[in-house]
Design a protein around this ligand. Structure first.
Ligand code: DGL
Length: 269
């Protein structure tokens, strides 16, 4: 396919479910003219408690599906999938494949002053040590303290973004990180940007919060520019959403995540 045709193709974004809409939101705000196909694997969510082998297999299946739709670039919005399957997906595909770990890690390494960075994510992301390794590859003097915070995912999906239960839950996860006196905290899970206000309250203003979704959107823009793949269109892009189960729940929770209505959601098997 010639370059001129290629740049008109949509960007593919996938996640284990609805959470990747935080990445989608940042991408459309930075790149409003791009068309996007989003897939949420709602039948097999959560990925955070699954083995790397299973997450890699699911990610390969989704990538093949999105490639069949015709995409010019793939964003792995799921932190757990990015942590374990990115090298495989990059090896197996010729289009650019961007994960959320490296952009977040790079920014964290840049902003930390005391070289103590905290990372919160799913069990799978923390176990993979992907953030830790990437941050220390950039600056080996940085100490990385990681913590899995699994209960924050259902709280975000329920829309419990503040209030007593969420605050106490977040506090019990985050207090050990505060005690370590980190000055930077990576929100290493698709759902955590929704809880940013509560997390900020607990960590205090002295701790810089790194939103991986925002950093990833900047990386997408950079790669599109570098590869001359930026959409030539001037009007707003169009969006298609696929889910593997329960369209209604994806719409209900997704609209809360995005703060806008969701249309064109289709079920795929
Ligand atoms: N999307 C996942 C992530 O960012 C969180 C939900 C899950 O465990 O699948 O790691």
């Amino acid at each position: 396919m010639g370059k001129t045709q290629k740049e008109k193709l949509p960007i593919g974004i996938f996640d284990s479910g609805v959470g990747g809409l935080t990445v989608f939101k940042e991408v459309i705000s930075l790149l409003p003219t791009e068309d996007i196909i989003y897939l949420g694997d709602t039948a097999r969510v959560p990925y955070g408690t699954r083995s790397p082998q299973t997450v890699i297999k699911y990610s390969q299946e989704i990538t093949s599906f999105l490639q069949r739709q015709g995409i010019k670039l793939l964003v792995v919005a799921c932190n757990t999938s990015s942590a374990v399957s990115l090298p495989t997906l990059q090896k197996e595909n010729t289009i650019p494949v961007i994960g959320v770990i490296e952009p977040g890690a790079r920014w964290a390494a840049e902003v930390t002053q005391n070289k103590k960075v905290g990372v919160i994510g799913t069990e799978g992301t923390v176990k993979s040590r992907a953030y830790e390794q990437t941050i220390q590859m950039i600056d080996h003097e940085i100490t990385v303290i990681s913590r899995a915070c699994p209960l924050l995912v259902p709280l975000a999906e329920e829309g419990w973004l503040d209030g007593e239960v969420t605050r106490l839950t977040a506090q019990s996860y985050l207090n050990p990180l505060r005690e370590e006196q980190i000055d930077t905290l990576v929100l290493g899970c698709t759902h955590y940007p929704l809880l940013e206000v509560t997390i900020r309250e607990i960590m205090g203003d002295g701790v810089y919060l790194v939103n991986s979704a925002k950093e990833t959107a900047k990386e997408v823009q950079k790669i599109l520019d570098a590869e001359r793949l930026t959409s030539p269109g001037e009007k707003n892009g169009s969006y298609r959403f696929y889910v593997t189960d329960n369209v209604e729940r994806f719409i209900a929770v997704g609209e809360r995540f995005l703060g806008r209505t969701l249309e064109a959601v289709e079920l795929v098997s």
